[in-house]
Design a protein around this ligand. Sequence first.
Ligand SMILES: Nc1nc2c(c(=O)[nH]1)N[C@H]1C(S)=C(S)[C@@H](COP(=O)(O)OP(=O)(O)OC[C@H]3O[C@@H](n4cnc5c(=O)[nH]c(N)nc54)[C@H](O)[C@@H]3O)O[C@H]1N2
Ligand SMILES: Nc1nc2c(c(=O)[nH]1)N[C@H]1C(S)=C(S)[C@@H](COP(=O)(O)OP(=O)(O)OC[C@H]3O[C@@H](n4cnc5c(=O)[nH]c(N)nc54)[C@H](O)[C@@H]3O)O[C@H]1N2
Ligand SMILES: [Mo]
Length: 759
Amino acid sequence: MKSKIKKYDGPAGGWGALKAVADAFKGQKNVQHDVIAMFRMNKGVGFDCPGCAWPDEKHATMVEICENGAKALSWEATSKKTPPEFFAKHTVSKLLTWSDYDLENEGRLTHPMKYDSATDTYQPIEWQTAFNEIGALLQQYHDPNSVEFYTSGRTSNEAAFLYQLFAREYGTNNFPDCSNMCHEPTSVGLAASIGIGKGTVLLDDFDHADLVICIGHNPGTNHPRMLGTLRKVSKRGATIVAVNPLRERGLERFAFPQSPVEMLTLSSTPLASHYYKVRIGGDTALLKGLMRIVLEKHDQAILAGQSAILDLDFITQHTDNFDALRQDILASSWDEILAVSGLTFAQIEELAELYIKAERTIICYGMGITQHQHGTENVQQLINLLLLKGNIGKTGAGICPLRGHSNVQGDRTVGINEKPSQTMLDNIEKRFGFKPPKAHGHGAVATMQAMFNDQSKALIAMGGNLAIAMPDHEKTFAAMSKLDLAVHAATKLNRSHLLLAKNNYILPVLGRTEIDIQSTGAQCITVEDSMSMVHASQGRLTPASPYLKSECAIVAGLAKAALPKTKVEWDDFVADYAKIRDAIEAVFPDFKNFNEKIKTPGGFHLVNSASERRWNTLSGKANFIVTNTLFEDSYKASNDALTLTTVRSHDQYNTTIYGMNDRYRGITGRRDVVFISENEAKNQNVKAGDIVNLITLDQNGQPTHRRLDGLTAVIYDIADKSLATYFPESNNLVPLERFDIQAGIPAYKNIPIKLEKSA
Ligand SMILES: Nc1nc2c(c(=O)[nH]1)N[C@H]1C(S)=C(S)[C@@H](COP(=O)(O)OP(=O)(O)OC[C@H]3O[C@@H](n4cnc5c(=O)[nH]c(N)nc54)[C@H](O)[C@@H]3O)O[C@H]1N2
Ligand SMILES: Nc1nc2c(c(=O)[nH]1)N[C@H]1C(S)=C(S)[C@@H](COP(=O)(O)OP(=O)(O)OC[C@H]3O[C@@H](n4cnc5c(=O)[nH]c(N)nc54)[C@H](O)[C@@H]3O)O[C@H]1N2
Ligand SMILES: [Mo]
């Protein structure tokens, strides 16, 4: 394809999206032809979209509104295959030279495979032999904590529950998880602030909000069905505000493919009426400025005998630590706030006025908030702002983290947690009769460190592409090669499978779209969306190969082989997933009547204490949490440092690259670009089309050995001092040690950088 860089002037959605849906199916030629029909039937009878975790609008027919759901689906339902003959033809050394796109684009894995070092190829192996060999290795390791159990968030509740049971009976809480790279600051930050690590809103709340603030997320690409929700908010006359260093088309304008008027007249609905191009890492500074204005205007109003701006009753009854927050905010310096946020006082004041005027506010956020060294603090400042006006636990208001993988939230709920609660452990012991370990295990960063330092011997990966998704590829690649055992349960070949341990297995799994037949018949699984709705999903398509196993069956096969004295009824569970759901209910009482409740189309809502204004915190109240951090490291490091953020293109799903275009940002046929503002380009003496190199700076502003060479500069509407490029190509720019100490999340969105023109 010819590459092109040209500003995109259209809205998000519209004809471009419809064309892209058609292309997505065509590109994966021979996609099982019944897929589109199945997709339309999603509600009630069909399967959950493996794309994202945004809930379904009632009555929505997704194929018409969600381009990227269609891409995720056609990528899984493709008829392309990666059979044993493929592996026989290509040595692993050769495959390592392929691009990520080319590896996955070969199609679905079809047989269990084991690496053979004599030929440097993966060779087919019988399922039971693979289980026995892996089981025998796992039995040999003396310390269960030298095994890491990774989960990527497409895994169903049922499979995730069995998986954590397996690991805990084996003896460890090592649960590195994609959530550690994603919304861990949400789990940690919200839990400390409001007593539950999840969002508090439901879809209906968007029908009642006066103000929706979208901060640090890009729904046009990553949660496209959300644009339908935002469109309704806009049409109702409520206000949408975007806070983002990049101008993202999906936050500005949307042409709804289901609206004949918008499609035929080529018109669209405006979304955000106000756009604040905060500097990368400037969010806490902005939020502190905003709160300062709100607090000062409140004081003025009271002095003038006008009505209060703050919700004083809520603050008194429901919150703790208000005085400390107030003191901190009022003492913050405007010079610092303006310098770090990159915004003007007038802009911050304007946003404060919108917030003051709105009776009901929802804040939506994503990776732009979480993937920083201060990700947890960022999340907590969002909550502080909401608490000031009682915007938690009231209709039309609340916090709305945009989750990542379609079941990342559910996996956490059913026990994938390296820091388990005592209640859960007690319930597991009561139900299964073994004593699960108490000691906290590894999250993703700790896992990589343990592998790199030779403390961990084995990695079992339930999906994902851990070594590529993580920062610091020089470390992650080395860490993989130090392992004794690597087991990957996956749908498609990716680079993590090629980074060889001593013993390597690839186990091909059924995807969510495929029929899962066990001895009692066809099975359904369940997932939990971003708004804590749990619903059933049943695969409908013929499996990509007769040799695939479900994730549940794979976990059970591994567990039985590794744990000869197991107390868990693995075979019964695999025969009938309803029995797994009964066990989930026994361990997690919130799932009361689980099997009954999922019969309702759309599923049921898991209890959310904060949305009912019950605060499961130490203080028993919602906590205002103070942070002293205003400066991000790059700013501290040196005044000429730039800050790089790493984002998803429109044609990718995390490390899965569907194509080379990023339509809304005007990029066609390539990914080797870096976005820079016109003003900053002038400062750096760079012109559009120049070839540049990025070099990571250390805490003192000194260049390190980490660099990414040969990117083409693209002039873009982005905040000054800020650069953006795509991941995973850029992941080695991030040292493994740069993470949020509270949540362990790597600082993917905040890399101090020196930009250099290529010679
Ligand atoms: N099609 C598709 N859908 C997906 C995914 C995918 O890769 N493809 N991934 C899934 C997963 S796992 C996840 S976690 C979600 C991710 O969904 P998002 O959170 O939307 O993901 P990102 O592409 O990382 O985009 C983050 C946004 O934050 C902005 N940003 C960057 N730095 C900052 C900052 O310092 N401050 C602020 N305010 N904004 C900043 C960027 O400009 C960008 O618009 O999407 C899920 N859905
Ligand atoms: N620089 C930078 N790095 C990032 C991010 C960023 O914004 N910037 N974002 C981070 C985030 S938010 C996340 S969540 C991680 C993602 O990290 P991961 O979840 O580890 O990565 P994915 O790319 O989603 O995994 C893709 C692989 O999953 C397998 N797969 C797909 N479907 C299934 C299934 O149904 N079952 C099983 N068993 N396997 C399946 C396929 O083999 C495919 O190759 O990346 C992180 N990395
Ligand atoms: Mo994610």
